[in-house]
Design a protein around this ligand. Structure first.
Ligand code: C2E
Ligand code: MG
Ligand code: MG
Ligand code: MG
Length: 271
């Protein structure tokens, strides 16, 4: 490597490290002073007989709008929160808020059938007290655990399959169901589908994006739908942005949808 390139890399990595340290400082403040909010994005289902599309529930998505620095995307701060460990208090707060929200939905005639999906970080899931925390929150909020679905990513779940299995069984016993988020993007073997008692696959939006023009995506999505059907799992298509994408998925036999074509994530009050 030439010297100038080396100097650039050192400076770049120092700058990057400084930025991360700065972001972490803001993040800790935001968690401590509860500056984050939760948005919800509706999930849609197709009625078996009438073919009508209706809201089946919503996914909770964390939002951080810093008063000084503006909107900071979850893809930017969640990995940092995981690395630094502050995902533990943050994840607990998200569970508290969303379970309380579910309890409120249960009393609303328009929303009482809604299911709640919550993204769970593997760092949170791995902790010894995760199940106890969830159980205590269900007891405290008195929400119906059968309406709760946890979204986890596959690669991390199978890293310690034995431990994951034990935890998933404990959650299933509580009534909570499991979804594999970003399905198809990990490097894991599909063999885990035989072993893990999961309930849903979410086809990653990267497969949906070009589905109307890319034959390879059509084949992959059809395959994922077949896998879901074979294993008796709900399959949700994520990131549906256009009518054409929706119609194509619908014709392929997909019954569950999420994406900007239907609705964007929003404050709960606007749902
Ligand atoms: P994810 O769980 O796969 O969430 C789907 C992402 O796609 C969300 O981005 C959502 O806003 C976005 N999205 C929804 N519909 C469309 C669409 O039609 N087109 C496009 N292009 N995007 C769409 P968001 O909210 O920025 O979240 C990104 C990721 O951050 C999430 O991916 C999830 O992995 C993580 N995340 C978000 N909220 C939480 C949380 O509360 N806890 C944890 N642990 N992770 C979270
Ligand atoms: Mg998700
Ligand atoms: Mg996803
Ligand atoms: Mg994701």
């Amino acid at each position: 490597m030439v010297v100038t390139q080396y100097i650039f890399l050192v400076l770049y990595s120092n700058k990057k490290r400084e930025e991360q340290a700065q972001l972490l400082e803001w993040l800790n403040d935001a968690i401590q002073y509860k500056q984050m909010t939760i948005y919800y994005q509706k999930q849609w289902a197709k009625h078996n007989e009438t073919g009508e599309i209706y809201t089946m529930g919503a996914e909770a998505l964390i939002r951080w709008i810093d008063p000084i620095h503006g909107y900071i995307a979850p893809d930017k701060f969640i990995p940092l929160a995981e690395e630094s460990g502050c995902i533990i208090p943050l994840g607990k707060w998200i569970l508290e808020e969303t379970f309380k929200q579910l309890k409120i939905w249960e009393k609303d005639p328009r929303k009482c059938h809604w299911q709640l999906s919550v993204n769970i970080s593997i760092k949170q899931f791995e902790k010894d007290d995760f199940i106890t925390i969830v159980q205590n929150l269900v007891n405290k909020t008195c929400c119906n655990p059968r309406k709760i679905r946890f979204e986890l990513t596959e690669s991390l779940l199978i890293k310690d399959l034995k431990n994951s299995l034990r935890k998933i069984h404990a959650l299933t016993k509580l009534g909570i169901s499991l979804s594999i988020d970003d399905f198809g993007t990990g490097y894991s073997s599909l063999a885990y589908l035989k072993r893990l008692p999961i309930h849903e696959l979410k086809i990653d939006k990267t497969f949906i994006r070009d589905i109307t023009t890319d034959q390879a995506d059509v084949v992959l999505v059809k395959t994922m739908l077949s896998i879901g059907k074979y294993f008796g799992l709900d399959v949700v298509a994520e990131g549906v942005e256009t009518k054409e994408q929706y119609e194509m998925l619908h014709n392929m036999g997909c019954c569950y949808f999420q994406g900007y074509f239907f609705s964007k994530p929003s404050e709960e009050a606007l749902l």
